[in-house]
Write a protein that binds this ligand. Structure first.
Ligand code: GLN
Length: 454
């Protein structure tokens, strides 16, 4: 724990942490020493982890990387973080992210960009994005500032940053991890998950985070299997589907080669590789960018300057003026864009044309997956259509940014477990990720195939 505390302090130039809490990590290490002596070690005793700053942590500033929550100190603990502490883990600090988890590059944070520890081997020294929105988590694990970190994934925010930084990250089935105490973005999509150096650590960490919580109405009341104990890279009898619609037009040759290589590795592990079709795939991204902003516009209505966080009360202003001034000052540009889109697609005149249509597409996407499960057990795809891009390269073009989510969004709309594992390096020495998507509740299948690739 002391070593990780020192590494965090020595790597501040990455801007991965918003708040450092060394005392929390060191206290957990002390408790682990006592537990060892008493023979009562818990699964994560003494492990110092990083916590995405979207999780509320009691008595520790929780910002969602927004000026709106800048000095918010929650009086309560999120269920997921409470479970991690109960499993013995300690917290090194709160990790940077895209503001309210909206973004794919960590550049929408009000607390500054996170810098990836990776560089292209082209002689230039361009600072790269670690991906987003869990960019702080990805950079911290990749730079070995912590052995594992929490993430949240609404449309890819665990998997894409994991791919960009050469680590592993799993988003479980929707409902496995409680959303209670996680700052809400799009409630029907938001899921917590684990980011770590390898598949085994992801399995251990996710197990500690999962389980029924009566405080979250969508929490699954099901036993949590011991995924780590059942890890196996023997894939005999498994059928892996390659969805042909994911072969998008302008896919770089390197991504295509990585995908073929991934299929070959799974074959070597005993799996049968089959072609499958997910015919509505191309509608997933537009549907996501209607559903997610719609839910965000509703969730973010609570930031009114009255109850918590920022309050901007101009001289002589009335209540409406205070709302307007607070929201103008507190939200960043991307968050405002989402609120505007979301409010528009939910408005009386446009609801059927946009929101209802998007919900129908969501059903069709879920059905595509259900039909695919008749011919395969798991799906293999690239995690993202490119390797990490440079900071600043796409931040002025929201559509280019959204396109990065093309492979991660469909499984989010369907609530399926999905994981990114490192697949290798591109020609510039940057990591590329492979994505495994499983049937509902089949985290085990996803982890096992991840282990076979790793
Ligand atoms: N990049 C996607 C978005 O901006 C996903 C974000 C997430 O999963 N939190 O909405």
């Amino acid at each position: 724990a002391e070593q990780f505390v020192a590494r965090v302090a020595a790597a501040r130039s990455l801007n991965a942490f918003i708040t450092e809490t060394p005392e929390h990590a060191l206290a957990a290490a002390d408790a682990a020493d006592k537990a060892r002596a008493a023979g009562t070690l818990a699964p994560l005793s003494g492990v110092p982890i990083g916590m995405k700053d979207l999780f509320c942590t009691a008595g520790v500033r929780s910002t969602a990387a927004s000026a709106m929550l800048g000095d918010f100190v929650p009086p309560y603990e999120s269920t997921v973080s409470a479970k991690l502490w109960a499993a013995g883990a300690g917290m090194l600090g709160k990790l940077n992210l895209d503001q309210f988890a909206m973004g794919s590059s960590n550049e929408t944070s009000a607390l500054g960009d996170v810098v990836s520890p990776w560089r292209r081997n082209d002689g230039g020294n361009a600072a790269l994005t670690p991906g987003g929105s869990s960019g702080g988590s990805a950079a911290a694990v990749s730079a070995r500032l912590c052995p594992a970190a929490t993430g949240t994934d609404t449309g890819g925010s665990i998997r894409q940053p994991a791919a960009f930084t050469g680590i592993s990250g799993i988003k479980p089935t929707y409902g496995r991890c409680s959303r209670w105490g996680i700052v809400a973005f799009a409630s029907s999509l938001d899921q917590a998950g684990a980011m770590a150096r390898d598949v085994r650590d992801c399995a251990l960490m996710l197990h500690a985070m999962s389980g029924f919580d009566p405080k979250d109405a969508t929490s699954l009341d099901l036993p949590v299997p011991d995924w780590e104990a059942a890890l196996s890279a023997d894939l005999r009898g498994k059928r892996i589907g390659i969805p042909r619609e994911y072969r998008v037009d302008d896919m770089p040759a390197e991504i295509d080669a990585l995908w073929r290589q991934g299929a070959a590795w799974l074959k070597d592990a005993g799996a049968e590789v089959v072609d499958v079709s997910l015919p509505h795939t191309r509608y997933a991204l537009p549907a996501y960018y209607i559903v997610a902003p719609a839910e965000a516009s509703s969730n973010l209505a609570r930031y009114d300057g009255v109850r918590y966080g920022l309050r901007d009360l101009p001289e002589g202003a009335g209540l409406q003026d205070m709302y307007a001034a607070t929201r103008a000052a507190g939200f960043g540009a991307e968050v405002k864009r989402r609120i505007l889109i979301g409010t528009y697609v939910l408005s009386a005149g446009f609801y059927d044309a946009y929101y209802t249509q998007a919900q129908k597409i969501r059903t069709l996407i879920a059905r595509d997956f259900e039909q695919a499960w008749a011919s395969c057990d798991l799906l293999l795809t690239p995690t993202a259509p490119s390797a990490a891009f440079a900071l600043g390269e796409r931040s002025a073009d929201p559509i280019a940014m959204y396109l990065n989510d093309v492979f991660t969004v469909p499984s989010s709309l369907a609530g399926l477990p999905a994981m990114s594992v490192p697949g290798g390096l591109d020609g510039q020495g940057l990591p590329l990720g492979l994505q495994l998507i499983g049937r509902p509740l089949d985290e085990q299948g996803v982890l096992n195939a991840g282990l076979a690739i790793e």
